[in-house]
Ligand binder design. Sequence first.
Ligand code: FES
Length: 439
Amino acid sequence: MKPLSNNPLVLDDPERGIFKVHRLAFTSQEIFDLEREYIFGQCWLYLGHESEIPSPGDYVRRWIGGRPLFMVRDEDGQIRVFYNTCTHRGALVCRRDKGNAKVFQCFYHAWTFDTKGRLIGVPKEERFGPGFAKEELGLRSPRVGTYRGFVFVNFSTNPPPLEAYLAGAKEVLDLVADQAEEGMVVLEGSHRYAIRANWKLMVENSVDSYHLVPTHQTYFEFLDYLAQTRGAPQGKTGKKLERPERVVALGNGHVVLEAPAVGGRPVADYHPLLGGEEIRREIEEVKARTLARLGEERGRRVTEMGRNFIYFPNLIIVDTRATNLRIVEPIAPGETAILQFQLVPKEEFGTLRFERRMHSYLSFFGPGGLATPDDVEAVESCQAGFAAGEVEYNDLSLGYAKEDSGVTELPMRVFWRQWHALIQGKPAPTSWEDPIAAR
Ligand code: FES
């Protein structure tokens, strides 16, 4: 790759404990095109969850890595993913975001495909010549892999096995999936929003505990207000966020930030201390069942710890007060689409799901929430600031090589080390942690 700048895109200096990212990484069309080729064209990408299509004929439509796709459960119950393009002359075959269908008929000239992707209907078929081979004109598929209900696709010709690519991310997906007795399912409905900012700013934001108190002041004031009105113990809720954090590089750029949950696990609520006797009892009941099922150590990790997880490159799971999945879809260097879902225990109903969890989700992550709109404002503000020129690099040096559990930008450095190798067409690094300088 020819240099886009005389200076490196990522500056990683263990001697001085300095880590910087060139702002071209957020603004350059050339880099965006390289990402499409070397990252989104090579990595296993998150597509969706099996629970979104429980019955034969159920389908969902997505854009992933710049490509139109749809996922369908075929008539035999198998999950299939197709490129959403008619093999005749290209039109999108699946034109709704979700639904149930026995067949997919292209609206342009009415070629018809079954749920296994086979071409089963061609109007005026007798007008085609002897070389017309219907059996060769079925819908095309990327490579598909699943792990614990999470469905991934890969567009390259010779990808590594999904489980090898997931590496340590499997453990995080296990912790998410193990919250439920009968399995986790995606809740009906989604939030879709567009951001005028580069996709990597949103990824950074999702594992950035440094911004929580300054950016989300309104949310913490809201929690303090709830505490007062519910007669809970007094104290500034934002203060409680000064808690130990554990960052684990999981391989291949995946990373998790784990910390004691302040947001009411295992039953989501604004805060477990705010809900009075009833919610405390509910929390204890769910927790006791989880510990009995998973054992003391794993049970406590599931019920007491929250986690912010980046699956490199396109999935974010914020598994704190609710379990929030975000699919990140780059549209242009300064434009990103986010598709957001909630993952919930299948067995959870009643007030737990519809009052505690939904209220908590909507008040924090939702479009009218007190947190996500602030995050969008923050990342759009960064993107706008890049237009100033002059400043060449962003600084992500906080906590470099510090082995304590204080606030750190290490999760972002893990992500960027993978990004930097791949964008240059190099193999993934073998280590993503901060290198300790020889002294
Ligand atoms: Fe689909 Fe012609 S483009 S039938």
